[in-house]
Design a protein around this ligand. Sequence first.
Ligand SMILES: Nc1ncnc2c1ncn2[C@@H]1O[C@H](COP(=O)(O)OP(=O)(O)O)[C@@H](O)[C@H]1O
Ligand SMILES: [Mg+2]
Length: 244
Amino acid sequence: MLTIENLTASYGAITALHGISLEVGEGELVALLGSNGAGKSTTLKSICGLLRPGQGAIRFLGEDITGKAPEVILKKGISMVPEGREIFGGLTVEENLRLGAFTSYQRDRYRADLDEMFALFPILKERFTQAGGLLSGGEQQMLAIARALMSHPKLLMLDEPSLGLSPTMTDSIFELISALRDRGTTILLVEQNAERALEIVDRAYLLDTGSIEFSGTPDELKRRVDIASVYFGGEDDGTCEVRL
Ligand SMILES: Nc1ncnc2c1ncn2[C@@H]1O[C@H](COP(=O)(O)OP(=O)(O)O)[C@@H](O)[C@H]1O
Ligand SMILES: [Mg+2]
């Protein structure tokens, strides 16, 4: 579904991606792991058109989308939940959801889509008319995910959805991601919480200072990593250093 070949990306003189290649197949849940500054967000921003890549190619459903505008890529079916959620705090829950639906707005479908979101996230129904900024961190994350789903993405990309959430809320978010995959959504998940991500994903890539250091199944990754308890431990601070 998504194929990236030898992609480079830079911020001025800083090269953040040194020619990475990765693939996400239809229906797969794939993790992109790596410590802070590894280039995870840069990869997602390059895919959804927020950052113009240097070299390399990004193909989606057989079509070259390298360097296309974000709205074009969104219409093709790639939706991202950005790091830090970035919901509109001054707008209501409904307005946030309506913005997510704007590429595909159809009055009859909008109602049905809302009902589907309420089934997935009952809290959003309760908070429908409230300002997004009044929601808790976890509720805002749910709103951000629901907003992304309103465009009916073929590929959903999540950038650190568990960041800053309580353990209970983190559990809910990981359960939700599994449920979305079970419904058939293809997902590329960026996480620093490698241990939790590896419990639910089909495959994982490990990014280290802008290069893919490993790709494989969670079991293969755990076998390759020295002293799993240390590097995958992450204890309860939600962070995790991953080294090979
Ligand atoms: N807007 C920016 N300007 C300059 N450098 C940046 C910017 N965003 C990210 N970087 C740098 O690019 C590298 C990769 O960052 P990022 O993709 O955000 O990492 P991650 O999401 O894995 O934590 C880091 O060295 C970071 O400092
Ligand atoms: Mg990031």
